[in-house]
Structure formats: C-alpha cells, structure tokens
Ligand binder design. Sequence first.
Ligand code: UDP
Ligand code: LCN
Length: 798
Amino acid sequence: MQKNNNHFVKLEKFIAENRNAVYSLFRNYMRLNKPFLLHSDMNHVLDEFITTKSGKILKESSFTEMMRNTQVAVISSPWMYMYIRPDIAKQSYYRFHVDDVTIEEISASAFLSFQERFIGDSAKNWSVELDLTPFNRGLPKLSETKSIGRGVEFLNRYLSNRLFSDLSSGDKKLLEFLRVHQHKGQQLMLTQQIQSVDELRDSLRGIIKHLKTLDKQTVWNDVIDKMLEFGFERGWGRTVGDMLDSFNLLSDIIEAPDPKPLSEFLSRIPMIFSVVILSPHGYFGQANVLGLPDTGGQVVYILDQVRAMEQEMRQRIYDQGLDIEPQIIVITRQIPEAGNTTCNQVKEDIIGTKNAKILRVPFKSEQGDIINHWISRFKIWPYLEQFAIDTEKEILSEMQGKPDLIIGNYSDGNLVASILSQRLGVTQCNIAHALEKTKYLFSDLYWKEHDDQYHFSSQFTADLIAMNTADFIITSTYQEIAGNEHSQGQYESYSTFTMPDLYRVINGINVYDPKFNIVSPGADADVYFPFTDKKRRFMDLHPDIEKLIYDQSLPYGHGFFKDDDKPIIFAMSRLDYVKNISGLVEWFGKNKELQELANLFIVAGFVDELLSADDEEKEQVRRLHSLISEYQLSGHIRWVEKQSYKNFNGEMYRYIADKNGVFVQPALFEAFGLTVIEAMSSGLPTFATQYGGPLEIIEDGVSGFHIAPDHGDQVSRKLVEFFKKCRKDPDHWDKISKAAIRRVEERYTWKLYASRLMNLSRIYGFWKYVSNLERDETRRYLEMFYGLMYRPLVEKMG
Ligand code: UDP
Ligand code: LCN
C-alpha cells in the first residue's frame, strides 16, 4: 500500500541518502527494549540523537518532522510500525525495516494487527473489523481541520446549495417539511392547500402584499382569515411584523437559497416543544448529591442546561405566536436505596423552571425485579436495554406523545438515546461529557486487564454505536473532538483502534463529519459570580465557611492550618483516581517552600473510608491519609468531605479569593472541567491540567495557568513562583483574576448555549427530514453490531 506521492518519494530519498544516521536513530529506539513507544519516548530519543555528531544531519528534515509526529510506535525487530499524526485529526501508518533501512506506507489494519501480536492470542489470525468507511461515502464532510466542530455552518452552506437545485427542479421536500409541523394534533405553518413550490411562491406574494398594509403590531386573531385563505396556519410569528420577517425569509430562500437566511428561517420554525434528556447513571438529584461517586459536572450541566433551554424554548414559542408551554423531562435511574438524596422518588420538579421534571425509572434484573442499590457507571450496561424500553413507555404517557428531540448524556445515556430515537423516529443529540477512552493510557489495547473493573469493552462498543447513530453531537471544546497538535481528541481516539481478540476498528468515527458542533457550557451566573460583586454575595454563609476551613472540631474533616493567614490553595472534585487529588497532595508534600507560602484546602469525597460505597473512592481515601502522614503535612493541609450546596460552594470560591488564594485542578485528564470555570468566574486564579478541556478554557499566563500533572515538581514550582510574584507585585493576582472573570463571561454562558442548541436542533431536524442520505444503512450495520457484539459482551457481565 505504497503511495507514490511526492512527500513519500522525498522521504525515501532522504532515508537512502542518510542511511547511517537513520539506522543509528532506529537502533536507539530499539535499545529502549519496549514494545510500544509513545510520542514522548520517541521525541526524547530523537532530541538526544540530533545533538550527537552523527545525528546532527537529521536536525531539520521532513523525515525528522515525521518522526516527531509519531503518536505510537510498535517494535519487534527488525520492524518498527508507526502511527503518525501529521496534523490534527490526520493519520498515516508506516513500517520501517531497521536492518534494510527502508520505509513503507501501510494500512491502518496492518498497523493494528501488528499491535495485536503483543497482546492478543497469537493463534488467532482473524479479527472482526468494524469499518464505517463505505457507509460514509455519500455524506458530505468538512475538509479543513479548523472547521471541525462547526458542522452546522457547513451543513447550512451545503443544504442551501442542494436546496437550490432541488427547488429549481420543483422538489416538494421543503413544502412537506413545512407541513409536517404540528403540536398535539394542531396543524402549524401550512395547510394542505399549497401543493407545489409555485403555489407557495404565489401565496407568499399574496400574503406579504396583504400584511404590508397592516400595522406591524397586529396579532394572529386579526389576520387569521386572510392567512388561512392563502394557505398559512399559525407559527409564523406573534405579530404581523414577525410574520412578515418569516415570510420574507422564506421567499428569499425560494428565490435563491443562501446559508444565512436559511439558518435564520429554520431557527424560527416551531418544531421543538418537548425534549427528553437521558442521564441514567450516578445520583441525579438537586440536593445532597454533588461529589458522590459518578455524580458531578454532568448533573450540574444538565440542570443548568434545562433551565436555560426552557427559557429559550418558551421565548421562541412565544415569538412564533403560539401559546404552548415547553416540556422537558430528564430521565434518570430510580435508586430505591438512595440514602439522604431524593433519587428514590419517581418524579421531581426542577427548581428554577416552570414545567421541567426529573423522571426516575428503576433498573431491573433479568427476572424483572427492581434493583435497589446504587451501581457504578462502569457496571450498568446489562440494565440499559430494558431501561430504554421501560423509559419509552413512561415518556409516551408523560408527554402524551413523542418528544421532538432526545438528548443523550455520557456513554450510557447516549446508548439509551440511540435505542429510543430509533424506535420513536426522533432527532438524536449526543453529549459525551467525558469519554473514558482517553483517560487511561492504552485502555483499548489492554482492555482485558481492566475489564472486570471498568468493562471498557462494553462501554467503547456502546460509544461507537451511539456516536454513529446520533444526528448531531455537541462537545464542550474543540479538543474533545480532535485534540491538538500533540495529542488525539476524545472522539478522534475512536477512529482507529483495536481491542485485541475482540475487534478492530478502522473508521469508527470521522471527526470531519458535520454532525460535530462545539457548544460550550457555562457556569450558573447566579451562583458563580466575581468576589468583587459585594452586593450579591452570601455574607451570612461566612461563619459556616470559616468553620469548614478552620474549625478542627467539625466532623468529617481532617487536618488544620498552623497559620490561618496564609493564602489558600483550593481544590474540589469527586475523589476519583483520574481527578488526581492525591497527586496534588504529593506535590505539595514534596515542596517545603510551597508549604511556607500557602495552605492546602481540599474538598473531596469522604474523609472516612467506611462512608464510601465506591472501591476507587475508598482507595483514594486511604492514599490521601497515607500521603498526609508520609509528608508530615499536619498544620499545612485541611481536607473535608464533599460539599453539595451550590450557593455555599460559590461563596466558598469567593471567600478564598478574598484572601488571594488560588484554585488547582490537578486531574490526569479532565474532559471539560466545570470547577475550572466556576473558580474563574469567582475571580480565583486557576491552575488547571493541560490534559483536556482546561487547555482550551484557560489562556496560559493570562487568564490562569496550565499545569502538567505528570510533572508535579513543575506544578509546585509554578505555584511557588506565583505566590512569590504576588508578594512582590500585589497587582499580579488582580490581573489574572480579572482576566479569568472576563474569559468566562465572554465564552462560557448558558444563554449562548441554549440559543445555539435550539438552532442546531432545528437545522439537524431539517437535514434529517429533507436529506435522502439518511443514515439508514449505518443504522442497520450498527444494529447488527449491537446484536452480535454489544449484547454478548453485556450478557457476559451477568
Ligand atoms: N462539586 C461539588 N461538590 C464537591 C465536588 C464537586 O459541588 O464536593 C461540583 C463542582 O462544583 C462542579 C461539579 O461538581 O459543579 C464537578 O464538575 P466537573 O466538570 O469539574 O467534574 P466532574 O465531576 O463532572 O468530572
Ligand atoms: C464530566 C466531566 O468529567 C467533566 O470534565 C465535565 O466538565 C462534566 O462532565 C460536564 O460536562
């Protein structure tokens, strides 16, 4: 599979001309005696080699650039197989024969099967391959890396072009689409009277002429007769002014479809009245849940999202001239043994909304018995199919019909969304929050080692199915889709990978698919606002906050501060391994200077292992206690159990900002990081992991700082430098604090989010309707994959 392109010819020529140096470099790689080399290993060897006499010659060449872009190399003498990522979301594969000093381009499949040799059962020489390439051929794709995540803009351009040719050939798709809108039996937009595009043109001319003679504030009841006479139902606007705008847009589109009027017109169509949001795992509730295992940002995100969406939907429905109350239902799992949470209740109204609800449906055993206890998100796979079926019944009875949009959350919710949207024929939107795959190194390759604990084989299979059935996908950042120059994005990591002895994936997802859209969440501005906004602050909470931070007699806390006057380094998260709170304690423990400059205050999990029901959390509790005693941190650190009240936490960030503290988010990987934007909007200078969302949220050195959790000594030095600089120059803290507040205000707000989500839902709904390129074939293929791969995996879990 050798591409005879220019680049490859040059590469071969360079290697032939510099045989000695190239050979020595490859021998250096071989000498590491590792079957797999990562990007960092490769570059380390390369950097050392090019400083040597024989290596100098390789310093600046396309060969060296290629080597620098190697993500993974697999070595078995005399071969070295390489996966090269020359640019964001691009991939090529080569193999190098070290003794012959020759290079050859190979297929993804060849690379993966070489990898499998080290891990899989060598007797097996055939592996199932999942490849979606053939199904994607006819579908439009983005071509530029910079356009990734801006699918809707692309789709609008593409759709308006298609519409242009369709309409000129008298296609009735647009007409049918306009007629399809109804609400509980009430017809909207068009009557049956208009049967062709030409008739629509005539009617539009007539109604526009008539409406222009009226006062712009005139309402539907005063124009109803004329509207019906021309073939128009309700839904074009509340006032004649609005109706005229809608009719003019449609008339422009029919004349010459253009992306801007098309998207503006679609955003006015009354097509989203009811939404179902799926979030099965964890404790989904409104009180006492945050910080519990599997219960964090996703819950906060969804509740804020619902509030913002309900407002946006209500406003749009009103502007469309309709008097219909939007309906949003969040479906989660009912947990009969729910401790002091409300997760045992079937229904709960969502605070801050008029009509939105949480509806809880229990998990059932194979025998149909209700499961009473909480189940970790890694172990819920066997319950989801039945959950989907039970949920469907609940939705249909609660909504008295189908919803207009189904939104899945996380791997489990997205799978259930796939099942439901397929059964009900409703537009499906996916939100991953965090795909587990990139959180753990080689989680796919070494899946067998972790499957008892994490069941990644089921989870990644579910992910592949759900991301390919979704009509559109929302991500919080660009990196979530396609990563950056140095590392793969979360979705990108599903494009090509293998789980040895299970199956191999050749084109699992294409990040150039226009289904991807970046729509970033916000931080609730009523809760997380700047510490300088004195009038809005909850000063009454200060005695309780002080107790929590300084009062040793408080139960569920550990440790105290010898010197209360020092600024506080604050960290708050679930107590998962990946959150790396233990890493932070260790860095702090190792740096005496940092201990002199600041105190460390941690809010996470439980301080008493016995209170936890989660194995991973228990292990972290033990680890924190042992680090605190190993580094003799008594007097420098205080750790208290999870805190679940938003207003209390919001004020706590601000209290710590009053004292010129900082927030640290030390995760090994953080998909987005709501705590990061919460802390920033409170005005706390924030140091957050460079792996994941925070890399994009924070502009390093301007609105906060990136930290490398794999280089803890550098992190503590960065903190020391910061505190020292602030001592010398008190304005420094202020500068970072202000920039952090500004950054969140500009980029991360729920208002922006809701308006964009509503536009997307309409445009993808339209696309689904008018497109002949529906994803039917893909769905069928994935159904088979579900039956033949996912089901047996899940059945094995028991
Ligand atoms: N949180 C909380 N109390 C805790 C730990 C976390 O209220 O003890 C909240 C935190 O304020 C944030 C959310 O839980 O709103 C965590 O979201 P994030 O995106 O940072 O991480 P996740 O837990 O989703 O991985
Ligand atoms: C899950 C995570 O792990 C976080 O990084 C996100 O901020 C959160 O969900 C909300 O999307």
